[in-house]
Ligand binder design. Structure first.
Ligand code: FES
Length: 106
């Protein structure tokens, strides 16, 4: 069972973006970058979500266990950039349960 952050009849997970308090509800099969853009929450990208620019990085504060593991593209970027385990690429990130994330500009 995933972490619980609030309750709702909406079955989609809730991702809280700190410190601004953005509340994002990813649709099934939607990556977090697309959720942010659908919700008019700024999240950077200069590669269009191809997993190469690294502009979309988010740091996971809570709920890391509720995230799908990195795919081969994200894994390659994380390894190449030697980023810590709490850093993820929002353009590759599928959210399976509630989480709290942050960026340097929220
Ligand atoms: S948008 Fe470029 S790596 Fe995610």
């Amino acid at each position: 069972m995933g972490d619980q952050i609030g309750t709702s009849e909406d079955q989609r997970p809730t991702v809280i973006g700190l410190p601004a308090g953005h509340e994002l509800r990813p649709d099934p099969d939607e990556v977090l970058l697309d959720t942010a853009w659908r919700c008019d929450v700024p999240l950077a990208s200069s590669c269009g979500g191809q997993g190469v620019c690294g502009d979309c990085v988010v740091t996971i504060i809570e709920g890391a266990g509720n995230l799908a593991p990195p795919d081969v593209v994200e894994r390659a970027w994380l390894d190449r950039e030697a980023r810590p385990a709490d850093v993820r690429l929002a353009c590759r990130l599928h959210v399976l349960g509630d989480a709290v994330v942050t960026t340097t500009y929220w």
